[in-house]
Design a protein around this ligand. Structure first.
Ligand code: CDP
Length: 809
């Protein structure tokens, strides 16, 4: 038999388990155009719905006339808030405890807001119908600045004030002003302020982390199909959290959850954009119920950029104190968070500013205080974690800029300043001043490896020479060395701390082993390009001893998958990956009993070895997992039920804390403002590595999105609330032209509480990459007196910085 002649090494290789750079099983269909995305779904008689959107950022609606639209050939219905109101569906709950208009109810609060939903036979008829709807608006004062909003007499949301015009308490407590949403604090205010007041060195800075957008290649959309005969609603959609969407749809529609089937088919990128619920989903469901036909709604690019969930938009002011030798003593952070017209942030309930309280970063800072104020403005709602765990990109950008500013204040090398202040290996598990307990880390080793790899001292020497050459008129190019060291916090996450709309943030895996020794694993997560079908099979292969190639991974169908909270915030590996390992271990435990029975020994006398159970001390006596699987279905084993299945719902005891050390070397042409990235080195530590090739791909993708955000990507508004970057002509999406060669590296510091020691990785490169690119730009100008300049560093802004520093003569 083949099993008997293979070496142990061959058997390990045959499994393609953890640590193997297994090729992505998804790629066969993706590279051949055989993916099945929402827009590929075509059902008999399917209609198309699309929105009439507001051209104004703030206006009262005086009338909506749909008569002409209904005469347009192919238009079947036009829904307005008045149609949804009797059903109680004109407003819907947001994930942040606020509520949001589904269709404009009396007024609009941002440009592009959904005003009416035209249902037609096809997309073209819907577009013609939209043109024929006549909406009359009465313009209102527009507020796009959160600071102005907090001073303004203009009430943006009439539903947030009482009869006496005083603000009503919000979902997160009392509100200071009618346009204020919440105040969220962490840490100790008085002690922090005292340390800073008495410190010998204090660096202060205010920075704006501009508004941007996840901009997945596939926009958001859905197909709703109400089967009135059986009372079943099927909803296909670009959902990062299909089960949560099913629950939300059930709660707001009154349809019982067992009668709703939510399916996330292939998804073309999410990056946080596809976590929340959008008016398009509600309107499609209503339209399907009204017409009795399936209804599709798919955004175009402008809809996506202008109206679905934005990211960032944080004004962050910091104070950091230190001894003259550079030991940090305290950190204070004040954030004014622009949430737009509705608070539709996607954060765990108890964290209205996400995990911004990870803003002490990778440093041992004894005292800290954070205060975040959420504010309404006339901008689109959102506030999602664009390729990061909840607000962690903001937090890491903040601390990595504060470190650079402190280095300037101290006249110190920024790499050395980081080294002096890193949390030491022996301090883990480390309780940070703002509340988190970091599970594991070895920052000094990673930092030393990174600096050595790039020959940091030589780079600094080259930079000094470059400054001299520039001053001597020998070159017009400056050189920046961008550094960043980040700690992510991923894997939400413990249920006791983290829920969304009251749903605890556990995740799940259900495994069925078939008689012939192949298997199907179903999970509560959903891949959007991360390669879950490849890597979760690898976890299982190592846990249950069946080849990854014999394991199908299925996600995204609420009728078949166990309940889970979905994929975002790099939570899949830390939570669903752990559930997969735990379910695998249940399979293995039962397999052990079956093996012992077949081998006629006691359960404790067999042990697992790669792909089989072996009698201890007698390696020639074994039963392979394939044989055991068959026996589970064809033998009557006393005391053991037939079959081989298991399910695990995993509630992680803590988050996982991946980290990394990045270095970017950049030349900047002072006269054109064009940066040239000469080198980018990225060291990531995500604990146990499941698939090194997929990790590398994730790092490349995350860095490229970081490059985009740092060097040009933004959602910008003018004073009238018009979106200035609503198309890909203006919204920077990098291509191969802008992307440098990335050098990737790693260290391995396993998570002590995760069953296989893995931490997340998908978002780390974005979190660490943004400050690294930004620091490189800013470092290039350090010798000429620059302390801080805001992102995005597009060519114009870089040129302007050079100009303001007097570098154009
Ligand atoms: O939640 P999401 O899938 O976005 O992020 P993730 O958990 O960081 O995983 C992204 C991809 O990297 C998945 O295919 C993981 O299985 C893989 N990965 C890995 O191979 N090893 C790790 N330690 C972490 C993630």
């Amino acid at each position: 038999m083949k099993d008997e002649v293979d070496t142990r090494e061959d058997r390990v290789a045959n499994l393609k388990g953890m640590g193997c750079s297994r090729k992505r099983v998804e790629d066969a269909r993706f590279t051949q155009g055989k993916g099945n995305y929402v827009d590929d779904i075509k059902l008999d008689g399917m209609l198309f719905g699309d929105f009439v959107r507001s051209p104004y950022a703030h206006a009262r609606i005086t009338s909506i006339d749909i008569e002409e639209a209904l005469k347009v050939p192919g238009v079947l219905a036009v829904l307005t808030a008045a149609d949804l109101e009797p059903l109680g569906l004109h407003w819907m709950p947001t994930l942040a405890g606020d509520k949001q208009m589904v269709l404009a109810d009396g007024k609009v609060l941002f440009q592009g807001q959904e005003v009416a939903f035209v249902v037609a036979e096809d997309r073209y008829a819907a577009a013609d119908g939209i043109e024929a709807v006549v909406v009359e608006y009465e313009e209102l004062p527009v507020i796009v600045d959160p600071f102005e909003s907090l001073k303004s007499d203009v009430v943006l949301r009439e539903d947030t004030v009482g009869e006496d015009s005083a603000p009503i308490d919000g979902a997160h407590g009392p509100r200071k002003h009618h346009n204020h949403i919440f105040t969220w604090e962490a840490g100790d205010k008085a002690p922090t302020e005292e340390v800073i007041a008495n410190a010998e060195v204090v660096a202060e800075e205010t920075m704006y982390y501009h508004r941007t957008h996840p901009c997945p290649l596939e926009t958001c959309g859905c197909v709703a199909s109400m089967d009135k005969v059986n009372g079943k609603l099927t909803l296909w959609g670009t959902f990062q959290a299909p089960h949560a969407i099913r629950t939300v749809v059930s709660l707001i529609s009154g349809i019982e959850e067992h009668n709703i089937r939510v399916i996330s088919p292939d998804i073309g990128g999410g990056f946080g954009n596809k976590v929340g619920a959008y008016p398009g989903y509600v309107c499609s469901v209503v339209a399907s119920i009204v017409t009795g036909k399936p209804v599709k709604w798919i955004e175009d690019r402008m809809d996506n950029l202008m109206t679905t969930a934005f990211a960032r938009d944080y004004w962050m002011s910091g104070k950091i104190s230190a001894t003259p030798e550079g030991k940090i003593t305290a950190l204070r952070c004040q954030v004014t968070a622009d949430h737009g017209g509705f608070d539709a942030c996607a954060d765990p309930t108890k964290f209205p500013a996400g995990f911004m309280n990870i803003c002490t970063g990778s440093y041992d800072i004894p005292t800290a205080y954070l205060e975040v104020d959420g504010v309404y403005t006339n901008k689109a709602p959102g506030g999602v974690s664009y390729r990061c765990s909840f607000r962690v990109t903001e937090a890491v950008y903040f601390i990595e800029r504060m470190i650079e500013v402190l280095a300037i204040e101290l006249g110190m090398d920024a790499a050395e300043l980081r080294r002096i202040n890193f949390i030491k290996k022996e301090q883990f598990p480390y309780k940070a001043a703002l509340g988190w307990e970091y599970d594991s880390g070895d920052y000094h080793t990673a930092w030393d490896k990174a600096l050595k790899a790039v020959d940091y001292d030589a780079l600094r020497a080259e930079q000094v020479q470059r400054v001299e050459d520039f001053k001597a008129g020998k070159t017009r190019k400056l050189m920046g060395i961008g550094l960043s060291f980040f700690t992510e916090i991923v894997g939400a996450g413990p249920v006791k701390n983290c829920d969304i709309l009251g749903l605890g943030m556990f995740d799940s895996c259900e495994i069925r082993i078939h008689p012939t020794g192949s298997a199907i694993a179903r999970l509560g997560t959903i891949s959007q390009g991360q390669g879950h079908a490849t890597t979760f099979a690898q976890i299982l292969a190592s846990e249950i001893g069946l080849p990854a190639d014999s394991i199908t991974v299925e996600e995204g169908d609420t009728d078949t998958a166990p309940y889970g909270l979905g994929t975002y915030g790099s939570r899949s590996t830390p939570v669903a990956g752990a559930a997969t390992a735990m379910a695998g271990r249940k399979i293995r435990a039962k397999a052990q009993m079956i093996a012992a029975y077949l081998l006629e020994v006691h359960d404790d006398d067999v042990e697992f070895d790669v792909d089989r159970f072996v009698v201890k001390g007698a390696p020639e006596k074994f039963k392979t997992m394939k044989e055991i699987a068959f026996a589970a279905y064809n033998q009557a084993i006393p005391g053991i039920e037939p079959g081989l299945e298991a399910v695990s719902y995993y509630d992680p005891p803590n988050m996982t804390y991946p980290f990394g050390a990045y270095v970017c070397v950049m030349d900047i042409d002072v006269d054109t403002g064009v940066p040239d990235i000469r080198r980018f080195y990225a060291l990531d530590d995500c604990g146990t590595r499941i698939n090194p090739m997929i990790i590398e791909g994730q790092v490349h993708g995350g860095l490229t999105e970081a490059l985009a955000v740092a060097l040009g990507q933004e959602i910008a508004y003018d004073n009238m609330g018009n979106v200035k970057t609503g198309t890909l002509m203006d919204f920077f999406l990098p291509t191969a032209w802008e992307v440098p060669n990335y050098e990737t590296d790693f260290t391995v510091t396993p998570s002590p509480h995760h069953p296989i020691g893995a931490k997340g990785v998908g978002e780390s490169p974005h979190v660490g990459g943004v400050p690294c690119f930004s620091n490189a730009v800013q470092d290039a100008f350090r010798a000429f007196g620059l302390r801080h300049t805001n992102m995005p560093h597009d060519h114009w802004r870089i040129w302007k910085t050079a100009n303001e520093l007097g570098l154009h003569g």
